[in-house]
Design a protein. Structure first.
Lengths: 439, 406
């Protein structure tokens, strides 16, 4: 409620009755007994719990700069054809999205959690290791921002929330691959390319109005030969289960990234179910005097790595918006051709058909902007402008597509029988999210 | 491999077009906006220069000369991704329109009629029409978007056709030395009977009735032309004289697949002129546009600018996509219409919003911003309005016929 609102006596009475009615209702339909949601429901009501116990990552390697994926070359030819490797990867992911993600999406949205079979399948096809150089056990020889973009797009065509859940560990692995020291890479990356990929979250966002990722409220201060972290991060993917975090915090006035393992003292996680992307199990991460070693710093302290991290994360969100936008287009296309009113399919009316045309035009524009930024990143070129414009377009037009998708189905779009209301909620995420995914 | 940059091998050409636009078009831009209907004689020298450059092959076939589709690539060639004349054309047209859209439209020997000739003429005609400056006459006083409904007639009489009718909005209709006219051989047979004819301007049956006074692109002459018992030799009918009720109109409409990306390019170029100048003026006023910080944390002007630039980039890339597909012999009707729809509306939004950002400075004739805001409007109208493009896109996406989605 806005702080300008005040309750008068009748307002208090109504509020009290309302609370009571709500709790009776909850008991009546037996929502409380769902065991698998117990932790989540508790935290939903405001309680915080310690982060998952997690695993111990055995320290290895030197603090020398780690291995870096090479930038891709360029023939200088304008081309919209993915490479053979990219096309093969996308074909596999497309199938995963159609066969697994889409059917699981509605229940996962409801439960605010991703089913294990979806996560296992993503792990099986090696998605968490996509951004890891092959020297460190990954699958790509070169920088894979373009491949990652195509994968995110294809996954989100199945479901954005599940796409975020499956891509989150890869975001941390890619970040360590790009900016980690040799020691950080050898300590953490083997786990991401193995059979038991850790739950991991890249956390940049904070729950404040007008959030600016270049001016963080979360702080890191040097103490001894390590750092002490304080603050609250939001949109933490699968926060309750996460074993490893990469946390963005302001260090001496400049944002930097820190690797934090879930066992650290002073870490608490609180469920933060949001409007959409619910299958990703979004949470807030509270850091109170969390001590980490000098080797926790990921990348530099002049903000260069961090800036690139923010851009690459936004790029991934753009790709997700493109995939979900395409899902809306494919869905409404069939619906307006099948739904009849006044004796003919509603697609025969220009007011309906033109909305579909505009969705098609803007989805393609979003895709081309996103691809341009991704291909520049892959070649190691500056892509600040391109990713900013892609994010701008994907935010604005993505939201419009979600809105029109529901509108085209009318009342049917507003109920959960159809997925368009979920896409409406998911597409709103693109403009507010920072972190979580990265290509 | 995905890459959406300006092709490396065309960078020189584009740069050249930009220099021409900056040094030859911009200096006379306001002059001919004010002196509507005066012939911009400076363009003769520019046209000669462009002809010279084309002769060397350095343009890669660029220009509004249109593109032929019938030269199929050999088997080995098919696997190679091509950046050819279509891409070179849209990119150089955009640069020229960054200079001045109306002057680009007035460029001698680069008329839309030339595009039609290049697209549908046979080899003998191509040779015979070499060097002509051809305008395009489709619209009639009673017929705009529904071009299948034209009433201008062509009646076979011996080895001549006799054309009667009135055409309006003929770009370069006064200055060109020939006009490609759409006329029907038999109104009863509908669109299949529509054919195009090349009519020389010295034909006594052709009369330029008047020139229009317009909102924008005033340097470009827009003529109303009447054809009264206008006799043309039968060999000046472009394409096949047969009335093929199955695909007759498709041939004529195919011209649009080539010209729509070009009009999109005009909108992209015109809008970028506005963006470039506005950005400069904003920066002089202390407004910094930061690509990393969230738009809502920057000034409203910077946020608006980012929104405009993102939309513009979308239009530019859709335009490049349509041209790239044509270069690689992929059917591109859908993408050509998408590009024109997006570029048309973005052109208007960007140029009008830039006037808003610059206040009375932008509204005044002291800068060219107000002119670009007037010039851009036609680009969402000619070669198929916004609504026609949406219709085409919608029919293709939804798989509907023109009788289902009217």
């Amino acid at each position: 409620m806005s702080s300008r609102e005040t309750r008068d006596p009748i307002g208090f009475a109504v509020a009290a009755v309302n609370r009571l009615a709500q709790s009776e209702l909850i008991d009546r339909v037996g929502l409380r007994k769902q065991a698998e949601q117990a932790v989540y429901s508790t935290t939903r009501n405001g309680f915080r719990v310690a982060t998952a116990a997690g695993r111990t990552f055995a320290r290895a390697g030197r603090s020398a700069p780690g291995a870096r994926p090479a930038s891709a070359g360029s023939s200088g030819v304008f081309d919209l054809t993915p490479t053979e490797d990219e096309a093969m990867l996308v074909a596999v992911v497309d199938e995963l999205a159609t066969e697994l993600l889409r059917p699981a999406a509605s229940a996962a949205d409801e439960a605010c959690t991703a089913p294990t079979e979806v996560l296992a399948a993503a792990q099986e096809i090696g998605l968490p290791g996509l951004g890891v150089p092959d020297a460190l056990g990954g699958i790509m020889e070169e920088r894979s921002a373009m491949a990652g973009t195509l994968v995110a797009e294809a996954l989100a065509k199945g479901d954005m929330g599940l796409a975020v859940a499956t891509l989150a560990p890869g975001a941390v692995a890619t970040a360590i691959g790009l900016w980690g020291t040799e020691a950080q890479q050898q300590t953490y990356l083997p786990a991401f390319t193995g059979d038991d990929v850790p739950v991991a979250a890249l956390t940049i966002a904070e729950p404040t109005v007008l959030f600016d990722p270049f001016s963080l409220a979360t702080t890191a201060r040097r103490e001894g030969d390590g750092f002490v972290l304080d603050g609250v991060k939001s949109a933490v993917v699968r926060g309750a289960d996460a074993e490893l975090f990469v946390v963005a915090a302001q260090l001496e006035g400049t944002p930097a990234l820190f690797i934090v393992e879930s066992g650290a003292v002073g870490l608490e996680v609180e469920a933060d179910p949001s409007m959409g992307v619910r299958a990703a199990g979004l949470a807030r991460l509270h850091l109170s005097g969390v001590r980490v070693g000098a080797d926790a710093l990921l990348g530099d302290t002049d903000g260069t790595a961090y800036r690139e991290c923010v851009r690459l994360s936004r790029l991934a969100w753009c790709a997700l918006a493109v995939g979900t936008g395409q899902a809306v287009l494919d869905y409404v296309k069939d619906y307006v051709n099948g739904r009849e009113a006044f004796g003919e399919p509603i697609s025969h009316r220009q007011s309906v058909a033109f909305m579909v045309a505009d969705i098609a035009i803007e989805v393609q524009a979003m895709r081309l902007l996103t691809w341009k930024a991704a291909s520049r990143a892959t070649r190691g070129q500056d892509f600040a402008r391109e990713v900013a414009l892609a994010r701008q377009l994907c935010t604005e037009k993505g939201m419009r597509i979600g809105l029109d998708g529901v509108q085209l189905l009318g009342g049917h779009g507003f109920v959960k029988e159809h997925p368009v209301e979920r896409w409406y909620r998911d597409l709103r995420a693109v403009g507010v999210m920072e972190g979580a995914v990265l290509v | 491999m995905i890459n959406l940059e300006t092709p490396k091998k065309q960078a020189g050409l584009i740069d050249q077009a930009h220099q021409l636009a900056m040094n030859m078009l911009r200096p006379i831009s306001r002059k001919y906006d004010r002196a509507e209907h005066d012939y911009p004689h400076e363009l003769d020298m520019l046209a000669a220069l462009i002809d010279g450059v084309s002769e060397t092959g350095a343009t890669g076939g660029a220009g509004a000369g249109g593109v032929r589709r019938d030269d199929k690539p050999s088997g080995a060639d098919r696997a190679t991704v091509r950046n050819g004349a279509n891409l070179a054309s849209v990119l150089s047209v955009a640069e020229m329109c960054w200079g001045d859209t109306a002057l680009l439209l007035s460029m001698p020997r680069q008329g839309l009629g030339n595009s039609a000739i290049a697209s549908v003429a046979n080899d003998e005609q191509l040779e015979r029409y070499k060097g002509t400056w051809a305008a395009m006459a489709i619209t009639e006083p009673g017929t705009g978007s529904d071009s299948a409904n034209i009433t201008t007639t062509a009646v076979k009489d011996g080895d001549e056709y006799v054309i009667n009718g009135e055409k309006i909005y003929v770009t370069s209709g006064d200055r060109a030395d020939s006009v490609v006219v759409w006329a029907t051989l038999d109104k009863e047979l509908g669109r299949a009977a529509i054919k195009s004819f090349l009519v020389r301007k010295d034909n006594p049956g052709l009369k330029v009735e008047r020139l229009e006074h317009k909102l924008g692109i005033r340097a470009s002459d827009t003529a109303a032309i009447t054809f009264t018992d206008c006799r043309v030799p039968a060999e000046d009918l472009l394409g096949s004289p047969e009335i093929d009720t199955k695909s007759g109109f498709a041939g004529a409409m195919a011209t649009f697949d080539n010209t729509r990306p070009l009009v999109a390019a005009m909108a992209v170029g015109c809008a970028r002129a506005s963006l470039d100048l506005t950005r400069d003026l904003l920066e002089q006023a202390g407004v910094v546009i930061d690509y990393d910080r969230p738009a809502q944390s920057q000034s409203a002007a910077a946020a608006t600018f980012l929104r405009l630039e993102a939309d513009w980039e979308g239009a530019q890339l859709l335009m490049m996509q349509a041209a790239w597909m044509a270069d690689n012999r992929l059917p591109n009707s859908l993408e050509a219409s998408m590009a024109k729809a997006k570029a048309g509306r973005v052109g208007s939004d960007v140029t009008l919003s830039c006037v808003q950002l610059c206040g009375t400075l932008g509204y005044s004739e002291g800068e060219l911003l107000e002119k670009w805001a007037r010039d851009s409007k036609i680009l969402d109208i000619f070669e198929g309005t916004q609504q026609i493009q949406q219709l085409i896109v919608a029919r293709r996406i939804l798989g509907l016929t023109s009788s289902e989605l009217k």
